[in-house]
Design a protein around this ligand. Structure first.
Ligand SMILES: NC(=O)c1ccc[n+]([C@@H]2O[C@H](COP(=O)([O-])OP(=O)(O)OC[C@H]3O[C@@H](n4cnc5c(N)ncnc54)[C@H](O)[C@@H]3O)[C@@H](O)[C@H]2O)c1
Length: 252
């Protein structure tokens, strides 16, 4: 399907497990994609794979925790493709559960870094994107959230708080600029089999699968399908929502 023909999409964190799938899907839908990632070489590699498949993309080094780096990402999008229609904020600082502890024990530097990347970084992308989208009569933003931002967890307090903040950011942006044609929504993935997730022990993956209402765990393409729909005209009447895409694990 080519629902994004002529559009420009910025992927902030577009070269990891889920991000690569989303970058490729947006390109398959016809978008010219600016793949930003902390791993600049990986971002360029994803852009090269998109070009090999007949799409258009560039790879850019990006640090979501650095306001100048976020501004430079959007400057590159404008300089290369003339503007921005869609943004997917997806990159994240994800500490392991041995470091991101409970509210009494979490290291404050880790807390600050997690919020700087996962939440303030998404705010910085929003600040850069909204004026560019208003120039074009509207646009769509998707933020990657997590079940950790909806349900409670005994640890990962920094990660969960950052993702709950992202859900609120989407509602804010939807309310503030919805009448001007800007939409903002969240996708909240369940366990997606990225290379890192596949490294889990088989019995842990079996346990996680048993918690779903699906015969299988998730793939990056499952998340990419929702992101592509949300930024496309098919998502035109969807604003300020958080969609759980997790094989029916978290039901509300
Ligand atoms: N995989 C899952 O099961 C799962 C579940 C729920 C939510 N998520 C969310 O999905 C998103 C993608 O996660 P993933 O599983 O693909 O992980 P991943 O580690 O494969 O990808 C994360 C990406 O973010 C990039 N990144 C990290 N810090 C950055 C920074 N400061 N600036 C720019 N980019 C940065 C990394 O380089 C990497 O490419 C994250 O927001 C994560 O919280 C994933």
């Amino acid at each position: 399907m080519k629902r994004l023909e002529g559009k420009v999409a910025v992927m902030a964190g577009g070269a990891g497990g889920i991000g690569t799938g989303c970058s490729k899907r947006l390109a398959q839908e016809g978008a010219r994609v600016v793949v930003g990632d902390l791993d600049g070489a990986a971002a360029e590699a994803v852009a090269a794979q998109i070009a090999e498949a007949g799409g258009q993309a560039i790879g850019v080094a990006l640090d979501l925790a650095d306001p100048a780096s976020v501004a430079a990402l959007f400057d590159r999008a404008v300089a290369t493709y003339g503007g921005v229609d869609a943004v997917h904020c997806n990159g994240a600082a994800i500490a392991d559960i041995a470091s991101d502890l409970d509210a009494l024990e979490v290291d404050l530097a880790l807390w600050d870094h997690t919020l700087a990347v996962n939440l303030t970084g998404y705010l910085l992308c929003t600040r850069a994107a909204v004026p560019l989208m208003l120039e074009r009569g509207g646009g769509a933003i998707v933020y990657t959230s997590s079940g950790a931002g909806i349900s409670g967890e005994k640890t990962r307090v920094a990660y969960g708080v950052s993702k709950a903040g992202v859900n609120a950011l989407a509602r804010h942006v939807a309310l503030r600029w919805g009448k001007q044609g800007i939409r903002a929504n969240c996708v909240s993935p369940g366990l997606v089999l990225t290379p890192a997730a596949r490294a889990n022990a088989a019995d842990r993956l079996d346990l996680l699968l048993s918690l779903t209402s699906s015969p299988r765990l998730g793939e990056p393409e499952d998340i990419a399908a929702m992101v592509a729909m949300l930024v496309s005209p098919d998502g035109e009447w969807i604003n300020g929502q958080t969609y759980v895409v997790d094989g029916g694990m978290l039901m509300r």
